[in-house]
Design a protein around this ligand. Structure first.
Ligand code: ADP
Ligand code: MG
Length: 160
């Protein structure tokens, strides 16, 4: 297959947001989580892909909501688990939100024309997308997690 990844935003812009590779960022409360998403969306060029990792409750959907707000979309963004893929019409173009968790074979999403959808979208987010990491080397990978004893905080790590 031939993935056509968008160029990622310059490292210094990501660093200014607190998103240096391998340096964990603490987000205190869902408002901070959303705000980080909003500011990140402003940096991402059209056709960008972001992989989201994190256990249930780690803040993936909250971050996605913030990214949507950054693209000017004020509607509700929900977990895509049961739909596999959601497309939100933002003023800047489509926000694609996919969940590969229930995808038995990588091929299933490719058969849904994943590459074209990504390249034509303003921004694509894929949860549980490990099987696609190698195919989209330019995509950001954000790893969200809970912190022991700190229910009001989440950790965000840009793994690449
Ligand atoms: N940075 C954060 N600090 C504290 N709570 C957060 C943070 N981000 C999200 N939350 C809260 O955690 C819960 C789960 O968030 P959600 O985005 O639905 O997680 P996921 O999609 O990963 O399952 C929500 O109640 C949300 O408000
Ligand atoms: Mg979710």
């Amino acid at each position: 297959m031939t993935a056509l990844p968008a160029v990622p935003p310059p490292a210094d812009l990501l660093t200014a947001l607190g998103l240096s590779t391998g340096v964990p960022l603490l987000l205190r409360g869902e408002d901070e989580q959303r705000e980080l998403g909003r500011r990140l969306a402003l940096l991402l060029p059209p056709g960008s892909l972001v992989f989201l990792e994190g256990e249930l409750g780690a803040g993936k959907t909250t971050l996605a909501q913030g990214l949507a707000v950054g693209l000017g979309f004020s509607g509700l963004v929900s977990s895509p688990t049961y739909a596999l893929m959601h497309g939100y019409p933002t003023p800047q173009g489509t926000l694609l939100h996919a969940d590969a968790y229930r995808t038995r074979h990588v091929q299933e999403l490719y058969e849904m024309d994943l590459e074209r959808l990504i390249s034509e979208a303003r921004l694509s987010l894929i949860e549980w997308g490990e099987a696609f990491y190698d195919d989209f080397p330019a995509a950001l990978l954000l790893r969200l997690s809970h912190l022991d004893g700190q229910p009001e905080t989440r950790q965000l790590l840009r793994a690449r």
